[in-house]
Design a protein around this ligand. Sequence first.
Ligand SMILES: NC(=O)c1ccc[n+]([C@@H]2O[C@H](COP(=O)([O-])OP(=O)(O)OC[C@H]3O[C@@H](n4cnc5c(N)ncnc54)[C@H](OP(=O)(O)O)[C@@H]3O)[C@@H](O)[C@H]2O)c1
Length: 292
Amino acid sequence: MHGKTVMITGGTSGIGAATARALAGMGAAVVIVSRSEARCKAVVEQLRAETGNDQLDYIVADLSSLEAVRTAAERFRNRHDRLDVLINNAGGIFMSRQVSVDGLEMTFALNHMSYFLLTNLLLDVLQASAPARVINVSSNAYRGATLDFDDLQMARRYSGFAAYARSKLMNILFTYELARRLAGTGVTANALHPGFVASNFGLNNGQPWKALIRLTQRFGISPDVGARTPIYLASSPEVEGVTGQYFVRNRAVQTAPITYDRALATRLWEVSAALAGLQEHAPELIGDARAV
Ligand SMILES: NC(=O)c1ccc[n+]([C@@H]2O[C@H](COP(=O)([O-])OP(=O)(O)OC[C@H]3O[C@@H](n4cnc5c(N)ncnc54)[C@H](OP(=O)(O)O)[C@@H]3O)[C@@H](O)[C@H]2O)c1
């Protein structure tokens, strides 16, 4: 990975931190993104000491905010002239409904909109660095989820699990649509399931969720094992040119029929672009999508 630049959102904990460590160890210039300057600094210092890599950088951003995603993309551009691998990984589950600074439901804002907007804002850098890779950390939790464009923000009926499952379905729909749009550009887009990982995931919630999550995490794999697939997708020559796939344990697998629904993926793309302010014809597309 010498000479390559990798950006990892959520690089301070769990799967993202383990991925950052491995790629830094392979010689990549690694840029991590998180909400906390202190956590970013600590991880970068630790990685520098462990790997001897001095090309480590961080960007502080609350990725649930569209404005913060824009600023993060701008900061990246100001400091780096290439991007070989973008790993959209920062995500969470919110057991009670929360709303982002933009008035979007929090799971949707963080788990989907940050992937969508950050990628779109860095597409030109990725294309200029081609062959380049976009890797979206999704989850098998997407199974059984559906999209309801009349209540995309789950304002009428909210469940943390359902919001999470839906956001992970969006990650796959977004990945497949991105791969179609990027065909022939030299930029690939793939999604993955890391496995059930014992990390800080879900611990942002109050009791009794925290206790329950801690209990179930006893059965989880370590972040280092969970990071194997993103590391593979970021670094392996075996997946050079491979795009529009969903990987589990370094293998491309079929996903549920809904993920291959192109009309659904296009609609999600257009609504997301409108919400992110990437499209002119926003008002009629946003419609109920913004209702909170
Ligand atoms: N754990 C699992 O079993 C599992 C299974 C399937 C999929 N996944 C997916 O894997 C990804 C990583 O999860 P994990 O298990 O590694 O969780 P984790 O240990 O909680 O790490 C989450 C990372 O995201 C960052 N983050 C959270 N909210 C953020 C925000 N608003 N803005 C910027 N960064 C934010 C955190 O950094 P700061 O707190 O420093 O901001 C942290 O680095 C998620 O997308 C999750 O859906 C996890």
